[in-house]
Design a protein around this ligand. Sequence first.
Ligand code: SAM
Length: 323
Amino acid sequence: MYSKEEIIKILSSNDDSILKKADETRKQYVGNDIHLRGLIEFSNYCNRTCYYCGLRYKNKNIERYRLSPEDIINTANYAKRLGLKTIVLQSGEDVFFSNKTLCKIIEEIKKLDVALTLSIGEKTYEEYKSFKDAGADRYLLRIETTDKNLYKVLHPNMSYENRIECLYNLKSLGYETGTGCLVGLPEQTIESLADDILFFKELDADMIGIGPFIPHPNTPLGDFKINLKKNFDLSIKVMALIRILLKDINIPATTAMETINPNGQIIALQSGANVIMPNITNDEYKTKYNIYPNKQNQDILITKEKIYSIGRTISDNKGFRCK
Ligand code: SAM
């Protein structure tokens, strides 16, 4: 276990030997298998105004869409035919979908004998419970940053405390709980990234996704200048430290990593990651789910080729965390 000071030292130094250590830890605890999770981005409507996100409702330069429940279920069937063992339903915080509709969709998808992950934002305990009762297995809700002041600035009309409560509610309801943070946000310090990592350990999160921040032109942070290479390298280091600290969890090589580095996912898979989430949403909608520019919507065949090219294998099970 690293102390906060040690984490800060590692993140601040040019020494990247922890990447190799993370790869060894990954191999020892979760093996060579990579879990593919079929991502369905079913609505880009959002009633939030997060400063970094292209889906924020104040962005009028986006063509909004939402899939019908029937289309969502059809896409899940397509994922099943592709041999995917997990389906991830993600959207902005779209109030259009009632609890009843969401539960019906969950029940239908669960008939396909797949694991189901939801990533639809902050809900009440009762709502999370109804999704769980309907069959949902996992939930992704990034804390984004544990720096309370920064959180407040970036998330108008949202509460840091509520987000934390949501994560503990998900855990107590028995979800495999995923969280994560953005790396490279304005005013974000190495110290606060160390706090993020220690928070993940304290929560004992089952999945952690690290997203290098990519400025979106139609957001308040659109003009923020980032150093793509520095941001990528730091994101990979954060991810590697997480693998070393939470040895047996699932860690995706994220789309944002691939977006800012053409070899990003392979580097991530060789630095601790063991999951990829190919986007199986209909092409018509993929580009409209524009959370940041140039989002790489990777084809499943290309993903598979990449995996085999580095001598890794594709898992044939649902890929739950093996504690
Ligand atoms: N509404 C759900 C939620 O809040 O968890 C899920 C959808 S949200 C668009 C998914 C993730 O996109 C967020 O957790 C955030 O970390 C990431 N994201 C949004 N804007 C981003 C940006 N500009 N750069 C990198 N990641 C971004």
